[in-house]
Design a protein around this ligand. Structure first.
Ligand SMILES: Cc1cc2nc3c(=O)[nH]c(=O)nc-3n(C[C@H](O)[C@H](O)[C@H](O)COP(=O)(O)OP(=O)(O)OC[C@H]3O[C@@H](n4cnc5c(N)ncnc54)[C@H](O)[C@@H]3O)c2cc1C
Length: 501
């Protein structure tokens, strides 16, 4: 497996693949991870993904939580007396929904954790290595990469390629996959700087502050580190240090502020969805597949969810436990989720920043739902259903996330899922599952159903390694083995028994 891109999504993909025991090489053209904060709010659902591969504690240890309290403020500038509060992005009370609380861990702190844990699980992570070109045939993907440090080129042959190469995705471009959506809403510059703004902040705590005087956003971090994003005209050049320092002073309302500039990064606030997430042996994940405005903090989280959806499928296919057709479900499942999530980010963008170009364009026909509904209520039920389910009322239907119920003080029902398919049900179902697992040699385990699993009477529920319900049976049956086998075949999960063993 070849993963291209060693940022948030690529490193997550490598970690998840390594967790499943899939051999993978990751190439990243930069020599190290980025110093820019960018993604900071790890949704509780993303924390569930990290918990599933055993790194929840490691991520929490890297938390940058100190700046979290208070939500998103809005002021003329930081020194202004009046503060308005934007609708809180994260509801804290999700105890009934998940064993995991959301976490604040800025991208520059999270990526080294992902990198370290992916390597620890066996991923071959090569920073300073750029993908130059690739082609695919019926058997493999053939890539040419350049080691920037040793200045040498070499080839990599991989069964599949995961393109986590970001919004401008050279892989997506090479495949000629177009994108659809409102497009670029704004060019912005992120400015990392250090300063003491305590006098301006006056003890008010916020995750981010929208500064209306110069249409900036200020993001604080402990110890005097800050990120400011401001509108930016690329035609005007990159701007000098004194230009950015002047804008920092304007945003802070303190002309006397001493500003130490650390770095700048230009980026586009955009909303675009790749027309396809999949081409032969190549899969697009993260910003390569979908880019959305940061309003809501969904972009990076959606990339993590893409990688989590794809990793177990690639694991099943590469070890012969499922036919390659299983991989078609990646686009079928994740593309609509990305579309609905992008709509939510756009709707928030329009509400919070009504003066931007997008606000003057066609109105999105989207009702804003709360952030936890977006992050927990996404589903793979297919068309014809509302975009999001209500997380507090799990339906237990195929295509929805299996509900969480506590098993004890520390363990959740979700902790039973992770690598294999899991059958939840009474003894006859468990016997059938054990038999199929042995006879058909498929990764299928069984557990007694617990209260909260949504298993009815004599029925059973089959859960995928990513914690989504694959199938359920509510009726009493005579031949549990043939019913379960039939279900697995219908799901395209174990035609392996017939043709791939
Ligand atoms: C200011 C800002 C704030 C944000 N805040 C949030 C937030 O709060 N919550 C949230 O969920 N999301 C947020 N996001 C979005 C989030 O940062 C992105 O969704 C995330 O970085 C996407 O990660 P990625 O790995 O898909 O792509 P990228 O981060 O763009 O990484 C792509 C990587 O691929 C590498 N690459 C490209 N081509 C090649 C090649 N040929 N060979 C080798 N390597 C290559 C690049 O060097 C890069 O490292 C924010 C974004 C910005 C800009």
């Amino acid at each position: 497996m070849l993963v291209v891109g060693g940022s948030l999504t690529g490193l997550s993909a490598a970690l998840f693949l390594a967790h499943h025991g899939v051999r993978c090489v990751l190439v990243e053209r930069h020599l190290d991870t980025s110093p820019h904060f960018r993604f900071r709010g790890i949704a509780a659902r993303s924390m569930e993904c990290f918990r599933g591969v055993g790194i929840e504690a490691a991520v929490r240890a890297a938390s940058t939580q100190d700046q979290r309290a208070g939500g998103v403020a809005r002021m003329a500038n930081l020194a202004a007396a009046d503060v308005a509060w934007l609708p809180t992005p994260w509801e804290d009370d999700i105890a009934g929904l998940s064993p995991c609380a959301q976490e604040t861990c800025d991208q520059d702190q999270l990526e080294p954790v992902l990198r370290r844990e992916a390597i620890r699980r066996g991923a071959d992570v090569r920073f300073g290595t750029e993908l130059l070109e690739f082609h695919q045939d019926a058997d493999a993907v053939h890539a040419v990469v350049r080691d920037r440090t040793a200045e040498k080129r070499y080839q990599i042959r991989a069964s599949y390629l995961i393109a986590a190469d970001g919004v401008h995705s050279p892989v997506r471009e090479a495949l000629g996959i177009g994108r659809t959506g409102p497009g670029v809403l704004e060019d912005r510059m992120s400015v990392l700087f250090r300063t003491d703004l305590d006098a301006a902040v006056r003890g008010r705590r916020f995750t981010a502050c929208v500064v209306d005087d110069i249409a900036a956003t200020l993001v604080p971090r402990a110890g005097g580190a800050w990120m400011m994003t401001v509108p930016f005209d690329p035609r005007a050049g990159a701007g000098t240090g004194s230009h950015w320092a002047g804008l920092v002073r304007a945003a802070s309302g303190r002309q006397d502020a001493v500003v130490e500039l650390v770095d700048t990064l230009s980026w586009q606030c955009a909303a675009l969805l790749a027309d396809r997430f999949h081409d032969g042996r190549v899969f697009l994940v993260g910003d390569a597949a979908h880019v959305m405005p940061p309003t809501g903090g969904f972009g990076g989280n959606t990339g993590i969810h893409d990688a989590f959806n794809l990793a177990w499928k690639l694991s099943f296919v590469t070890r012969g436990a499922a036919p390659p057709a299983l991989l078609d479900s990646y686009e079928r499942e994740c593309r609509p989720v990305a579309q609905h999530t992008m709509d939510q980010a756009l709707a928030r963008h329009r509400r919070w920043f009504p003066a931007t170009a997008y606000a003057t364009g066609p109105a999105p026909d989207t009702t804003i739902v709360d952030d936890n509904t977006v992050m927990f209520g996404y589903h793979y039920r297919g068309p014809g259903h509302p975009p999001f389910d209500e997380p507090a009322r799990p339906t237990g239907l195929p295509g929805t996330r299996a509900p969480h119920a506590p098993l004890d003080e520390h363990l959740s029902t979700l902790d039973r899922f992770g690598c294999d398919l899991v059958l939840l049900g009474a003894d006859p179902w468990r016997v059938a599952a054990a038999r199929i697992s042995t006879e058909d040699r498929i990764p299928l385990r069984d557990h007694s159903a617990r209260t909260g699993d949504g298993v009815t009477g004599a029925g059973a529920v089959l859960v995928r390694p990513d914690g989504f319900i694959a199938w359920r049976c509510d009726a009493a049956v005579d031949d549990h083995t043939s019913v379960l086998r039939g279900a697995l075949d219908d799901l395209g999960l174990v035609t392996a028994r017939m043709t791939y063993r």
